[in-house]
Design a protein around this ligand. Structure first.
Ligand SMILES: *[C@@H]1O[C@H](CO)[C@@H](O)[C@H](O)[C@H]1NC(C)=O
Ligand SMILES: *[C@@H]1O[C@H](CO)[C@@H](O)[C@H](O)[C@H]1NC(C)=O
Length: 178
């Protein structure tokens, strides 16, 4: 009900300002979903998907939405984490080695710090992951209102917090399905 209300508010905001983009339909996952919250990133007992898996969840959202599969299964955060763990997809410190994603059909094109460039890619149908609050959270861009500099995301940590201001965005990762 809450998110329905938010959706209405967003649509209202966008239609009154006239400069917003339509909301793009992208699968929403939460890293603390009961189904996978305890899974370990790269087998590290101090890093669970719930605590540290928001980037993995964002990438899983993009892969599911673009119909990529891993071992014949639709991608979710658990399946992606297992794949990365078993295929050297993590560097030291459980950072994702993005080039390993190429093997499962997703390419990191570049990382940009200016949002104008990120929006240009978004409008060409690339997928954008925003690094929010200096890596404390990540979200997948699903819409924006340029006039008010509001960016709307699928937030894997707190789905209700779906409107982000430019000042809270550190960098944008641009992805392209292969
Ligand atoms: C992992 O999560 C913990 C608890 O939320 C946090 O303190 C820590 O900074 C995170 N580490 C990384 C590398 O994201
Ligand atoms: C990342 O993955 C690529 C492709 O598998 C590999 O060549 C490279 O050595 C990896 N980098 C690190 C730092 O693990």
């Amino acid at each position: 009900m809450g998110s329905f209300k938010n959706t209405i508010i967003i649509i209202f905001l966008l239609s009154t300002c006239g400069l917003g983009s339509p909301i793009r339909s992208i699968t929403a996952y939460q890293n603390c979903d009961q189904k996978w919250h305890k899974e370990l990133l790269n087998g590290d007992p101090e890093k669970t998907l719930c605590q540290n898996g928001s980037l993995v969840s964002c990438i899983a959202m993009i892969m599911q939405t673009s119909a990529k599969i891993i071992n014949n299964r639709a991608v979710n955060p658990a399946i992606l984490n297992k794949y990365l763990t078993n295929n050297n997809g993590y560097k030291q410190g459980s950072e994702i080695n993005f080039s390993v994603l190429d093997n499962v059909g997703l390419h990191l094109v570049r990382t940009v710090s200016d949002l104008k460039t990120a929006i240009e890619y978004y409008n060409k149908n690339y997928y954008i992951v925003l690094n929010i609050n200096y890596g404390k959270n990540y979200g997948v861009l699903i819409g924006y209102n340029e006039k008010d500099a509001i960016y709307i995301i699928n937030n894997p940590i707190n789905p209700q917090e779906n409107k982000i201001q430019a000042k809270d965005i550190a960098v944008a990762l641009i992805f392209k399905p292969l």
